[in-house]
Design a protein around this ligand. Structure first.
Ligand SMILES: [Zn+2]
Length: 439
């Protein structure tokens, strides 16, 4: 049996460098798989949570072996925009548009104690996290409301959930202030944001300042805070039917002013489809120039937008194809799953991806390949994930799909047969109902 040269923790990544050690047994060997862009099937060796070797017919002993049988090995999906605090919460009456859904959730927050609120979030979000894991999602970023009635309780629950799920799904937490209310209440929202930053609860500063007359003041204050604490700024932007992208244009300017390129995410921007081409292309050029990430949430916006329209009904979808063609780092994500903002959803990124491809008419093989990347590599870049992918040195957070390449996985809605997290087999299709215990 040949020896495999393996990276050891904290040491350099490449086998021809020193600090590599010979190993006879690795943690996990995934045999006979297709990788993106590889013409032949390969074996993938995993040790100490990372991919350490990729080659044909690797001759090495492993603690555990997965027979890939020609399946597609992909990095896990990244769902970069969700609302885990609201998921699986429902009101007695169905909301018919965005503001109605917001009002229903706010009313609920006034009816429960902080303890009840936290318990409810932990229970409901666990349900969707488990669904997401079965569907191959290994990184989820969640906006969590700072409700006037609950303060930091929602964020604290999500931080607790992050710890509970640390070996299954990586959770990023973005606090979303609620600026509806008096000036005193708004000041209190900023005080809570500051406290959450000081306690290291957050990966991102959120909010939807475009709703408000003083949007410019609020947006600048949010940039100020994110900049001071070195956090991402991750905003809901111009989610409306009217041709008003004032907030998006301001964010492009503020990103430059604060030197925050690469650390700004704009979600929704549905109004981008309502403005004329010259204004749209000018701002898209700015998004690309300032390295601002965009997330489109078509499944939720198809439900929420154009509610006052008679036929033809506006679709509430941003300029997905044009943003992609302009070179903007564009991702798709789930947004709301089974709550007043969208009563359906399965936390399944392949499902969200196929819908995105359809509504944006990105259906050639090259475009479908790009859409697959909008659920994997692009959101990983937006969230600043290091060592993402399937190559030597990547973190071994990978999934096997019943397909031979990404386009087939998307079009066929391929089953996820194996989920590997931190280099350990966490779940197989056969044991997916009891995956809480390692297979
Ligand atoms: Zn959202």
């Amino acid at each position: 049996m040949s020896k495999l040269y393996c990276r050891k923790q904290g040491l350099t990544l490449f086998p021809h460098f020193p600090n590599y050690v010979e190993v006879e047994t690795i943690d996990l060997l995934i045999k006979d798989v297709h990788l993106e862009g590889q013409p032949t099937r390969v074996d993938v060796a995993i040790d100490e949570g990372h991919i350490v070797c990729i080659d044909q017919n690797l001759d090495v002993s492993a603690e555990q072996v997965i027979e890939g049988q020609g399946k597609f090995l992909s990095p896990g999906f990244v769902d970069a925009h969700t609302h885990l605090d609201k998921t699986y919460w429902s009101s007695d009456t169905q909301a018919h548009e965005l503001h109605e859904a917001i009002a229903q959730y706010t009313a609920y927050c006034h009816q429960v104690t902080a303890e009840q609120f936290k318990e409810s979030i932990l229970e409901r979000s666990a349900k969707v996290l488990d669904q997401a894991l079965r569907a191959g999602t290994l990184i989820i970023s969640s906006h969590v409301n700072l409700e006037h009635a609950q303060g930091l309780a929602g964020v604290e629950a999500m931080v607790e959930q992050k710890t509970r799920y640390q070996n299954r799904v990586d959770i990023h937490v973005t606090a979303m202030p609620n600026f509806f209310g008096s000036q005193e209440q708004i000041d209190r929202q900023f005080a809570w944001l500051e406290e959450a930053c000081q306690k290291n609860y957050l990966q991102g500063i959120g909010g939807a300042p475009y709703h408000f007359e003083n949007a410019a003041v609020l947006t600048r204050k949010l940039f100020d805070l994110a900049s001071r604490y070195g956090l991402k700024i991750d905003l809901h932007v111009d989610e409306r039917d009217d041709p008003n992208i004032d907030n998006l244009e301001l964010i492009v300017d503020l990103t430059k002013e604060y030197g925050m390129g690469g650390r700004v995410i704009c979600s929704h921007i549905t109004a981008l489809s309502a403005v004329d081409d010259s204004r749209a292309y000018k701002v898209m050029e700015g998004l690309h120039r300032e390295n601002i990430h965009v997330i489109t949430l078509p499944s939720c916006n198809l439900y929420l937008m154009g509610r006052k329209d008679k036929e033809p009904i506006r679709r509430g979808i941003t300029r997905i194809k044009e943003l992609s063609e302009q070179g903007v780092n564009l991702s798709y994500a789930s947004d709301n799953i089974r709550d007043p903002f969208r009563p359906i959803g399965n936390a399944n990124m392949l499902e969200e991806g196929l819908l995105t491809a359809q509504v944006s008419r990105m259906l050639s093989d090259q475009e479908l390949h790009e859409v697959y990347r909008m659920g994997t590599f692009h959101p990983a870049q937006a969230l600043g994930i290091k060592d993402y992918g399937v190559e030597i040195g990547s973190k071994a957070d990978v999934i096997l799909l019943e397909a031979s390449h990404d386009v087939e996985a998307l079009v066929n809605q391929a089953a996820v047969t194996h989920v590997v997290k931190n280099g350990k087999l966490l779940l197989t299709k056969e044991c997916s109902t009891q995956f809480m215990d390692p297979c």
